[in-house]
Ligand binder design. Sequence first.
Ligand code: APR
Ligand code: ZN
Ligand code: ZN
Length: 395
Amino acid sequence: MRRGTGVSTANRSSLTPSASELLGVPHMSKAAVMTGIDQPLEIRNDIEVEAPHAGELKIRMGASGVCHSDLSMQNGTMMAACPIVLGHEGAGTVEEVGAGVSGFAPGDHVVISWVPQCGDCFFCNKGQGHLCENASAALATGGLLDGTTRMTSGGAPLFQMAASGTFGEVTIIPAIGAVKIPNDFDLRLAALIGCGVLTGAGAALNTANIKPGDTVAVVGCGGVGLNVIQGARIAGAGEIIAVDMSETKLQMAKEFGATASVNAGQGDPVSQVMTMTKERGADVAFEVIGLQQTIDQVITMTRRGGQAILVGVPRMDVMVNIPAFFGVVLQEKTIKGCWYGSSNVQKDVPRLIELYKSGQLKLDELVSREIHLEDVNEAFDAMKTGEVARSVILY
Ligand code: APR
Ligand code: ZN
Ligand code: ZN
């Protein structure tokens, strides 16, 4: 169970039934459900949510960002078990605490970590909580840590994306997937920290090794890429070259710290980055989309001895194509994957909140639109056309 201070609430759920349980009325809530690839999400009002099991928390969602990975599940880029409640970038309020959980009480505000981090497995003990082996089953099966789920609709089980399912008014998560935050911190911004900010800023601050004055290129300036840009700025990068096809995004990239921009829709972005770097290439280049073409571009635009960091989630058939001698040995390039910004969420969420409070990290500017859950399909459309950094669902 989670280690930490605070009152133990062991067995609370079995001792204190909710008002609806006392009245014998099952609690129904609303969620956006994916039923199949390329199907619009269905807004259902008949979701029954069980009480949290041991080691779990019931969360009443405050806000959820709509991230590209939600769209990637809906369009089949990433695999999903259906029917499933999507959403993994969220924050809310603890409503009920499962047996054996300490450190949380009803009323606490939390950011949901879509990689639960146990703090005690092989990877967590090596300081790589983002690779926690206890999280793997949940990510692979669409269930919670034991592979089962806590939600049904019309009597049929519903899976939950990434042990979270933040496109629902209420969800059950593993307690090791919750990070407590101050109750006066804006839940809209907290939600965005849960994926886009941890992933993007973490890619620059944790995954990559950016040295002061480095030239950094960021290909893809959406909700995640803008955070890579501000992470690179905080890490002390000199030049930050933003690459995107949308002028709106390139403009936003400058507000987040980019010092130069390349419109990938107007000519080859690799040759433009090479020109800007005396034909050497960038010290560190990030791919933040997940396409074959842009992955190839990022590896090519990384200088000899530099780092290519792959953040975007590609289709399963996308390959890293690079000649072993001329591409890797002779060039001495590092090609590094980035999962969840290599974040240790219990340390990094408070660190990001402090960076926000000190004015170094922009969060308000990431919220392009505030929407209702019913608008989630329109939010997918807005993401496809590159119009928004983030649409944020308010509950
Ligand atoms: N060249 C340059 N820019 C492109 C290209 C391209 N060929 N194709 C798309 N883009 C830009 C879009 O204009 C958009 O600004 O990439 C950006 C992608 O941003 P979002 O759709 O907001 O995606 P985001 O949520 O940032 O996620 C990016 O990270 O976590 C993963 O699964 C996620 O793979 C996705 C990636
Ligand atoms: Zn995400
Ligand atoms: Zn672990």
